[in-house]
Design a protein around this ligand. Structure first.
Ligand code: F6P
Length: 343
């Protein structure tokens, strides 16, 4: 069995451990795994490594962030010529199966290819943690840890200067990163894309918190809906997503808070810092287990599947079901944690 493996979309910690898990198990089955460079772009352009991945090549990558195969946000289904090239290259390189590590967009391509008759297996990654049909994606835990560290540091300045500080974190359409960062950092308010922004409630609460302790910390997702934003002219990526960093959610909120409360307010954005660095132990274990299980899917010719974590079990699910829907933060979950910050 000859397998092409690629990583697509935004990088995140855990991609390397997942590839390591996959390759180590695939070698036991006697498979050859070739690294396809730069996500789907590698199959459009035929950029494939000359030699199959070996134990030596993967054994030490358990602690590496990013992706050793590099990544891109290439969507071959946007352009029939690119799609044709992908299909021709899969044939030309003799791949019996493509293993794709990615989020909704990258796995969406894997799902379509499977419908077009090409065997694929998906491994879920995204620091946004918003893939359906899996309880967690790797990259999430590591990025929350970076954000919590940032919030702890910001608290020192907020406290020392009697300020409010807004920390803007990633998360696109889902507020998981903001929710977990806010809880773990003991924030005074948490703003998510799933919950309509209520500036009156936010500022009223900050006044109470400030009166008690003399500072405030707000954690906001980059995807929070802003009253002033017209997104018709916004820049889009290859999958048609608005580049959210450009909306400057943290900066907008900081200005509003200062105007409405009179408290000196600053904002900070962890940006791509939260996507880099060594994977957490949780992400290394999750990624390794997903990689191992994906190799088993290939061995069993159980294609059109994404490996997922359900509770403590790693199981295959239909890739199609996983990419059809984003897993966002339920309103009830958000409401249940409000007692942690509404004091
Ligand atoms: O990987 C997902 C994500 O981190 C989103 O939360 C964010 O909006 C986006 O990627 C930014 O990606 P980039 O700037 O690398 O294209």
């Amino acid at each position: 069995m000859k397998i092409g493996m690629l990583t697509g979309g935004g990088d995140c910690p855990g991609l390397n451990p997942a590839m390591r898990g996959f390759v180590l198990k695939a070698l036991d089955y006697g498979f050859e795994v070739y690294g396809v460079r730069e996500g789907w772009k590698g199959l459009v352009k035929g950029i494939v490594e000359d030699t199959p991945l070996t134990v030596g090549r993967v054994e030490e990558i358990i602690s590496w962030g990013g992706t050793m195969l590099r990544s891109s946000r290439t969507n071959p289904y946007k352009d029939p010529a690119q799609l044709q090239a992908v299909k021709e290259n899969i044939k030309a390189f003799g791949f019996d199966c493509i293993v794709a590590l990615g989020g909704e967009d990258t796995l969406g391509v894997a799902s379509k290819l499977w419908k077009d008759g090409i065997p694929t297996v998906g491994i879920p990654k995204t620091m946004d943690n918003d893939l359906d049909q899996t309880d967690y994606t790797f990259g999430f835990d590591s990025s929350v840890a970076v954000n919590v560290d940032a919030a702890d540091r910001l608290r020192d300045t907020a406290k020392s200067h009697g300020r409010v500080i807004v920390l803007e974190v990633m998360g696109r359409h889902a507020g998981w990163v903001a929710l977990h960062t806010g809880i773990a950092a003991g924030a005074d308010y948490i703003l998510l894309p799933e919950i309509p922004l209520d500036l009156d409630a936010l500022t009223a609460h900050l006044k109470v918190a400030y009166a008690r302790k003399g500072y405030g910390i707000v954690v906001a997702s980059e995807g929070v809906e802003l009253p002033h934003v017209d997104e018709s002219e916004a820049k889009l990526d290859a999958f048609g997503h608005v580049i959210l960093g450009d909306r400057a959610v943290g900066e907008f909120l900081a200005k509003e808070i200062e105007k409405r409360t009179g408290f000196e307010t600053r904002s900070a954005v962890t940006g791509h810092i939260q996507r880099g660095g060594a994977p957490s132990a949780f992400d290394r274990v999750l990624a390794s287990r997903l990689g191992l299980r994906a190799a088993q899917c290939v061995y069993e010719k159980d294609f059109g599947k994404m490996v997922a974590i359900h509770g403590t079990d790693v199981v295959p699910v239909d890739i199609d079901a996983a990419v059809g829907n984003l897993r966002t933060v339920p309103k009830e979950l958000y409401e249940s944690i409000i007692p942690l910050f509404n004091k």
